[in-house]
Write a protein that binds this ligand. Structure first.
Ligand SMILES: [Zn+2]
Length: 440
């Protein structure tokens, strides 16, 4: 199906009251001396690293900016996709930037007894979302993570609370392509990643609270998934990288920490960074891994860790390599810190102190000095990586703020952003990022 042929439903445009609404900014308490030391040490290094690519970035940025006459931050649309008791917990755009898949889930106190649903929406000719989804996909438990295949545009991968991995083809009547009981616990992240041999098909990477990060080969002819590598992230040796606060006992006792998230380098496909329970941050490699004693079978388990970084005091929600700088990656923790790390240095090169808990952070494509984040405050925050603080901007519309769980930038139209709320509402925003990287 051609995306734009499907979505011809009449749109109900919502009336939005016009009013200027400035995000508030309050001072935060933190150790100023420690921050000053950090910055005086790291600022020149980061400035240098970022300046190298400024000219190139400016050229790209202008190309994006010139065809944009409308330059305001705007909330284009709000759609209620589920009832108020359901949170949006996973979202992704497909590779053409025309369709999105969205999963919602209940608050879980214990084991998940729900049936999972994933709604698929396709932008219409006005670049808006239809009120009703084009497709509803089903799973045997709540779906926690979603990613479309980078080149097979209709192929969607998801992981569930019960440890299942699912592949769907959203163009088929019978959408489920395969289901695999892959993990013992909740699947925390699913991603398509490059193989070391770039001529091979992308691999599927999955992580779970069961402590495994697995790599799978997907065969699109036979629709089968075969395990390629199984990794476990070991806790650092006792006494190393102590945190200021005590680790919760249930995590401290674990030899293998649950894996919260990961990201593979676009520059060096063997390299990846991992966030594990207890705020653990590690750099890993697919090359030269150590096989873990006692693991046998067709796919032995290996330890891929090369280096540990200073741990977060809270749990990590996001870990992402910079799309532009090979040596830089970012983490966000529930301890109120967004940290920028450079690969060869254990301590963070920059720390952004957050006043209101952030749920999700993203790099802005082509704007390497900017990060965007969303969370409890209920608006999209923009941060300057070098200055380590938020950028002020105004939003033209007044809207009812609710906790923003997730945010996904459209990779084809980077000013288009979808946000998923904790109350089952989907928002479509347009944000002219280039304006904010030029602010003095
Ligand atoms: Zn559930």
């Amino acid at each position: 199906m051609k995306p734009n042929d499907v979505a011809m439903n009449t749109q109900e445009t919502k009336e939005i009251e016009i009013q200027t609404d400035e995000p508030e900014s309050k001072p935060v308490e933190y150790d100023e001396q420690k921050l000053a030391d950090f910055l005086s040490k790291m600022y020149p290094k980061m400035q240098e690293a970022l300046d190298d690519s400024v000219t190139m970035m400016d050229v790209k940025r202008r190309a994006f900016a010139e065809d944009k006459t409308d330059i305001k931050v705007k909330l284009l649309q709000e759609i209620r996709i589920s009832n108020e008791n359901l949170q949006i917990c996973a979202m992704c755009w497909n590779s053409t930037g025309n369709s999105i898949a969205i999963s919602s889930t209940y608050e879980h106190q214990s084991w998940c007894h729900h049936k999972g649903t994933v709604n698929v929406y396709t932008l219409n000719r006005e670049d808006l979302l239809p009120d009703a989804p084009q497709k509803i996909l089903h799973a045997s438990a709540c779906v926690t993570t979603l990613r479309f295949h980078p080149t097979i545009t209709a192929l969607l991968a998801g992981g569930s609370r019960s440890g299942e991995i699912l592949l769907w083809n959203i163009q088929l009547e019978e959408s489920v392509v395969l289901k695999v009981n892959a993990h013992e616990e909740i699947v925390t992240q699913i991603s398509w990643v490059n193989d070391i041999d770039l001529t091979s098909n992308p691999l599927l990477a999955t992580s779970s609270l069961d402590g495994f990060l697995n790599l799978w080969r997907f065969n699109s002819t036979t629709n089968s998934l075969d395990i390629k590598d199984k990794y476990k992230i070991k806790s650092p040796l006792f006494g190393r990288l102590q945190r200021k606060s005590e680790l919760p006992l249930d995590i401290a006792r674990k030899v293998d920490r649950g894996v919260i998230g990961f990201d593979f380098s676009k520059f060096e496909p063997h390299m990846f960074v991992v966030a594990a329970e207890g705020g653990l941050v590690a750099r890993c490699s697919m090359l030269g891994t150590k096989t873990i004693k006692g693991s046998a079978g067709d796919c032995p388990i290996s330890d891929p860790v090369y280096k540990y970084y200073t741990a977060h005091e809270g749990e990590i929600t996001t870990i992402l390599f910079s799309p532009n700088r090979r040596e830089m990656f970012m983490t966000n923790g529930s301890d109120g810190e967004i940290r920028i790390y450079v690969l060869n240095q254990e301590e963070a090169a920059q720390v952004i102190f957050i006043e209101s808990p952030i749920k999700n952070v993203a790099w802005i494509p082509h704007e390497e000095k900017l990060l965007a984040a969303c969370g409890v405050a209920g608006f999209i925050e923009i941060f300057d990586v070098l200055k380590g603080k938020s950028v002020d901007y105004s939003i033209d519309e007044k809207y009812e703020k609710s906790v923003m769980n997730l945010m996904e930038i459209n990779s084809r139209r980077i000013n288009t952003v979808i946000v998923g709320s904790a109350e089952g509402i989907l928002q479509l925003w347009t944000i002219p990022w280039h304006l904010y990287s030029r602010k003095p």
